[in-house]
Ligand binder design. Sequence first.
Ligand code: SAM
Length: 311
Amino acid sequence: MQGKYLSLAPLVCWRSSPRPLNLRALFGRQAPTVLEIGFGNGEFLVRTAGAERERDFLGIDLEWKSVRRALRRAAQEGLTNLRVMQGDARQMVERSLPTGCLSQVTILFPCPWPKRRHERHRLVSVEFLGLLRHRLRSDGGIWIVTDFEPLLQQIQANAPAAGYRTQTRTVPASLNTKYERRWTLEGQQEFFESWLYPEGPVPPAPRPAEVPVRTYVVKDFPDRWNLPETVAEGAFRVQFRDLVFDRERQKAMVRVFVVEEPLHQDLWIELTPSEGAWHLRPASGCVFYPTRGVQRALDALHETFDRCCRR
Ligand SMILES: C[S@@+](CC[C@H](N)C(=O)[O-])C[C@H]1O[C@@H](n2cnc3c(N)ncnc32)[C@H](O)[C@@H]1O
């Protein structure tokens, strides 16, 4: 059991943190902040934070397993200048990071999404680079290293429209990340490094409005519970997938996909006992953004729940 190495101290849970974050309060000091997006197993993030104690490091990764590995490494090093968040960097940066707070953004070997129909998932879109421009200090920069030449070409094409000038060169392997080692073992000897420096006026980047999510308290637990039909209303679509229904323990969970372009959310909603009644709410520990679509999912589940109880 390796749990003894795990400390949750560096973990920032966006749901219980102020938005935007107060980085000074978060790190307990005022220092230049580096954001690493997609830190994978966290080895570069933790190594760099250990070597550069005068700077603060914030890592964001989509996957919980990446966060868990980084937490374990960070605890072994006893770092105080490192924080990590789990989630889609596009949402985290948009919702949680204040204007002009970053001295550097690091993106090492981002997912290439080589298929044309998947290109929209790439992190180097004009929109996301423009958002990062808004969160960067004017003397800051974005550092991107990739093994995939089409991604480099996309960076060069998109950077000017997002408010940057670029410097690009090929570099040998030197970062010793998991993916750099992987591509090196497969025979790749040169990688593409880009630095993006802010230029010109800062583009506007309004923060999306948050909807206070209304949950339900119900008096009965039904004998069965049917999933609602897909809800497709104007700007959003809500699909109900898996139902985990435990009559004996009087608990139920439903997996819900909420699409409000460009945001795609995959969350669980739970029905759990609470003070002599049952609470219908987003499952504790699940990462979601409070939007109209999430509220619609809760409303629709409550409607079917009501119908099942009346039968
Ligand atoms: C190819 S791996 C590279 C990992 C690491 N930088 C390395 O060099 O070994 C890409 C990483 O980016 C993360 N990722 C992909 N899309 C992301 C997003 N939208 N927001 C945050 N992290 C993302 C993945 O979970 C994965 O850990």
